[in-house]
Design a protein around this ligand. Structure first.
Ligand code: ADP
Length: 291
């Protein structure tokens, strides 16, 4: 179990990136959803012990992470948003090097892990190629391979599917699901679909605060009967924004569909719709704006 209690961080420029974040995360895939600037990367870097919070506590399986960051690093796999690679080095050699840095000193043990992870991420046939020349999807898979070195208890993945095509996204998702079978996998993303497809639990972070936490299914059910949709003109949309809680707008075939949250049907033009996770996400964000 990963317990995050009241973690806060203000950058020297005055930006309050985390404001009393508390979360309990168990084995499985946990999705941390939030818009750009929400504080997701700050939280991920803090959990990865790459930076320190101003206050708060982080405990992994009973061990105080902030008191013993080195201990955490041995049980951590981290795939950052920007994954730098050394020019010219093959996937196999780089993975071996990273395994060594991770403390896997035995050469044979290292070779075995490198081989197994290259196969698992479907990169074995490309093992002699430089990671530098890999496509975005291959790089991400390599990133997962290096994150799984040393069989970590906690895996942190920051914006994993950014910029991937659908097929690569699918492959990456499969790897993450597999990783989450026996580990705590924390996934930060601004893509609602990722969370819907992958995560058994989720939280919405915005403005450095956790606005909502729970299981995707029940969270969606909690909005049943409260989401309405209407096709509107630009003027009507402006009116909606002042009088109703607009969750989202979507352009479909040149017409604007507006989706609102309301306890009763706003007017005749609105049709009730079955809520989805996107509605959950936007409901949380609106509640954060109102607070
Ligand atoms: P996210 O990953 O959700 O996009 P970040 O954690 O990157 O959010 O950023 C949260 C806020 O903190 C943003 O306002 C961002 O501009 C600011 N921020 C992030 N890193 C730094 C930094 N090193 N110095 C100052 N401000 C930062």
């Amino acid at each position: 179990m990963l317990s995050i209690a009241d973690v806060s961080k203000t950058y020297p420029n005055g930006v309050q990136a985390l404001r009393g974040v508390s979360l309990e995360v168990g084995t499985g895939l946990f999705g941390l959803l939030g818009p750009n600037g929400a504080g997701k990367s700050t939280l991920m870097r803090t959990l990865a012990t790459l930076q320190e919070p101003d206050s708060g506590q982080i405990v992994l399986d009973g061990a105080d992470v902030l008191a013993d960051p080195q201990g955490l690093r041995r049980r951590l796999g981290y795939l950052p948003q920007e994954f730098g690679v050394y020019p010219g080095i093959s996937a196999e050699a780089l993975l071996d090097h990273l395994a060594l840095l991770k403390g896997i000193a035995d050469r044979r043990e290292r070779a075995a892990q490198v081989d197994a992870l290259l196969r698992r991420t479907n990169l074995h046939e490309h093992r002699r190629r430089a990671v530098e020349g890999f496509s975005g999807g291959m790089r991400r898979r390599f990133g997962i391979a290096q994150a799984l070195l040393g069989d970590p208890r906690l895996v942190i993945v920051d914006e994993p599917s950014a910029g991937l095509d659908p097929e690569e996204r699918h492959r990456l998702h499969d790897l993450l699901v597999e990783a989450g079978e026996s580990r705590i996998v924390l996934l930060s993303t601004h893509i609602v679909e990722d969370v819907r497809q992958l995560c058994t639990r989720m939280a919405v972070l915005s403005g450095g605060r956790i606005l909502l936490e729970g299981k995707p299914g029940p969270l969606v059910e909690s909005l049943a009967g409260r989401v309405y949709r209407k096709v509107v003109t630009r003027e009507e949309l402006a009116a909606c924004r002042t009088s109703l809680t607009v969750l989202s707008t979507q352009l479909r075939a040149g017409r604007t569909h507006v989706q609102v949250l309301a306890d009763a049907r706003p007017d005749d033009g609105f049709e009730p719709v079955a809520p989805d996770l996107e509605d959950v996400y936007f409901t949380a964000l609106r509640s954060g704006e109102a607070a």
